[in-house]
Design a binder for this molecule. Structure first.
Ligand code: TXA
Ligand code: MG
Length: 335
């Protein structure tokens, strides 16, 4: 069983000693290990139950540290990094020769991001101090593989507590501000491509796109586990509706069921059918993202048989939420 801590220096010391520390970020909690400690990095896969070969994001202390990890950084990616770091943007870049395969899944690229949470920034700064050089941690979302990502320390403990050891810890940084994972952007065939939508708006990222079909990176084929069809899934069966579903269509989705065994997540403008349990009524896409994973967990805790979800509108964070909802619905147990 791991300890719940609040001191970033203690967290850094544990990371230095090779332990795992779940850390808060602005997106979701990550399960951190010193990126230069292969044994600790391997334990991340073990604890998560994540197959080796699924690459991890390296979380840097400072934006300038990217140069240590990459051989070259395309100017369009550099531009995005300059505008969004620290922040919820992950870039895929060609890796430096020394970067271990266990991090990159044997791919020639590495994923980099500078997180924007005050506690975790202090953890990274302290780790840099202790190590006497630029520190970095790998930090996949701190959940079992395929399950719903954690947005509070309590979520991490509920999912991984029993799998972590005494040396490990969970750093409590409150509820994550954004609530869905970072936007992942790669250069594919000479063009910028969003591999996983997040709060850095897709249109904004693609705006920097200047297609160059002859680019040398044309054969780069990234693997994105977060993009598996079934991911982010609660145990409860999930039915995802169209955005414009009307009251009658909504009610018909639970025809023949005990209405008290049906839960609803929908934008605040959607009314709750009589008897259903309303788990979330977000006023906008930001609130939808921030509460999404807690609401999916609440569905499991409530004991309902069916969770009906009306998606947010498209654009910006709405796209990120819709992406996770499609995967949650694909991964959920069918009723
Ligand atoms: O917001 C986030 O990014 C959170 C917080 C904790 O920072 N982390 C996170 O990590 O979501 P994880 O491991 O759950 O997701 C990492 C994503 C996956 O979709 C993975 O495939 C992609 O980044 N990725 C990592 N390295 C890659 C690479 N070399 N090429 C392509 N995709 C890569
Ligand atoms: Mg994940």
């Amino acid at each position: 069983m791991s300890e719940l801590i609040t001191d970033p220096r203690a967290a850094a010391q544990r990371l230095r000693d090779g332990a795992l520390v779940a850390v808060p970020t602005e997106t979701v909690y990550g399960l951190a290990a010193d990126a230069e400690n292969d044994t600790a990095v391997r334990r991340v896969f073990e604890v998560k139950g994540r197959p080796l070969g699924h690459p991890l994001i390296v979380h840097l202390d400072q934006p300038a540290d990217a140069e240590r990890w990459a051989t070259q950084i395309d100017p369009r990616l550099a531009d995005l990094m300059a505008r969004h770091w620290p922040g919820p943007l992950t870039v895929i870049v060609p890796k430096a020769a020394w970067v271990p395969d266990v991090i990159t899944g044997g791919q020639p690229t590495v994923a980099l991001r500078v997180p924007d949470h005050p506690l975790t920034r202090r953890v990274l700064a302290e780790l840099t101090k202790i190590k006497g050089g630029p520190a970095a941690v790998v930090a996949p979302s701190a959940n079992r593989f395929g399950e719903v990502s954690p947005t509070t320390a309590a979520h991490v403990i509920a999912g991984l507590g029993a799998r972590l050891g005494q040396q490990d810890a969970v750093l409590d940084g409150g509820h994550c501000r954004i609530g869905v994972e970072s936007t992942v952007v790669a250069l594919v065939g000479g063009s910028l491509r969003v591999l996983r939508p997040g709060s850095v708006a897709i249109e904004q990222a693609l705006h920097a796109d200047v297609a160059q079909p002859e680019d040398a990176d044309a054969d780069l084929v990234p693997r994105v586990p977060g993009a598996l069809a079934a991911h982010y899934a609660p145990d409860t069966a999930v039915t995802l509706t169209d955005e414009g579903v009307n009251d009658e269509e909504l009610m018909n989705l639970a025809a023949g069921r005990d209405p008290t065994k049906v839960a609803l997540i929908a934008p605040s403008c959607v009314a709750t059918p009589v008897g259903w349990l309303r788990l979330a009524a977000p006023l906008n896409n930001e609130e939808y993202a921030r509460t999404l994973y807690s609401s999916l967990r609440a569905a499991d805790a409530s004991g309902v048989e069916l969770l009906v979800v009306v998606p947010p509108s498209t654009g910006g964070l709405g796209d990120a939420v819709r992406d996770r909802l499609v995967r949650a619905a694909a991964g959920s147990r069918r009723s």
